[in-house]
Ligand binder design. Structure first.
Ligand SMILES: Nc1nc2c(ncn2[C@@H]2O[C@H](COP(=O)(O)OP(=O)(O)OP(=O)(O)O)[C@@H](O)[C@H]2O)c(=O)[nH]1
Ligand SMILES: [Mg+2]
Ligand SMILES: [Zn+2]
Length: 259
């Protein structure tokens, strides 16, 4: 087994070098995948913090995909809306309402002015900062860890995108119980490693309704007696969330047919 960031390893000292002898059992392993490969991002993470900001613009779908992967691994999720100093922040907050209405915690901060509001959320957790390039993950690390000088770069206004500055996943220890992991910006986050049932349960607000549809193999599309569709009509599930589920399920289905 290959060690990934966050692993606890047993080392043998070989001269001046440490050689990894073995890995301790992992409490969690966060994956991302596409139709062709599955890649481990970090081990022993207890909380995934998806970092978003008003500029450059962020994808709600990507934020949700990260949270779905975290839910699948039983990890807590948190949304960080960084760059609170930007005037477009209220509009970004409104978009993220889709997630706060479900109950996901959201912390609004500015890495450049004050990260204090973030500290309580990090206590006792191994938190993975994840998100698109340019959202300010490494700037948050620099604000939290004064000794660390993580490389940051201005995003491209012309491309409305970050510059993929961070290239390695790296853990920083806050105190004995808490650490924070910086990771490279994501362009995509596929969920091909989740099957249909795992995908549905990764939508936390679907859970009370699962297994109650009229048809056991309900695809939650247009079938009669679908409890999820009923929950949308009753206002218990946001329509945008069911639509995301349907889109992701179709992607999985197409990929499975291709392989
Ligand atoms: N206005 C404002 N700009 C910020 C804030 N935090 C970060 N930035 C800027 O956003 C740009 C991108 O920040 P990075 O920390 O490099 O972003 P990143 O998420 O680590 O990007 P990758 O490593 O490419 O994934 C830099 O120019 C930062 O100075 C903030 O709170 N307010
Ligand atoms: Mg970075
Ligand atoms: Zn159904």
């Amino acid at each position: 087994m290959r060690a990934v960031c966050g692993d606890i390893v047993n080392l043998r000292l070989d001269g001046t070098q440490g050689v990894i002898k073995s890995l301790e059992p992992r409490s969690s392993l966060l994956y991302r995948s596409d139709a062709f490969k599955t890649k481990a991002i970090a081990a022993n993470v207890t909380q995934v913090a998806v970092v978003a900001a008003a500029r450059p613009s962020f994808s709600m779908e990507l934020v949700q995909r990260c949270i779905l992967a975290a839910e699948d691994q039983g990890m807590a999720s948190l949304v960080i809306l960084n760059k609170a100093d930007l005037p477009e922040t209220p509009a970004a907050l409104e978009r993220l309402g889709l997630l706060t209405r479900i109950g996901y915690p959201l912390v609004t901060v500015s890495a450049l002015t004050d990260v204090a509001p973030l500290r309580p959320a990090l206590q006792g957790h191994t938190t993975l900062l994840i998100g698109q390039s340019g959202m300010g993950k490494s700037t948050l690390i620099n604000a939290l860890f004064p000794g660390v000088d993580a490389v940051t770069a201005e995003y491209s206004v012309a491309l409305d995108s970050g510059r993929h500055t961070t290239t390695h996943t790296r853990l920083h220890r806050l105190d004995a119980e808490s650490s924070v992991i910086d990771s490279p910006g994501l362009q995509e986050f596929a969920l091909q490693h989740l099957d249909g049932n795992a995908l549905a349960s990764a939508f936390v607000e679907f859970r009370p309704f699962l297994g109650q549809c009229r048809f056991r193999d309900c695809k939650h599309e247009t079938e009669p007696g679908c409890r999820l569709q009923e929950a949308v009509v009753a206002g218990d599930i946001d329509r945008a969330r069911l639509q995301l589920f349907q889109a992701l399920r179709r992607l999985q289905h197409n990929a499975a047919q291709r392989l």
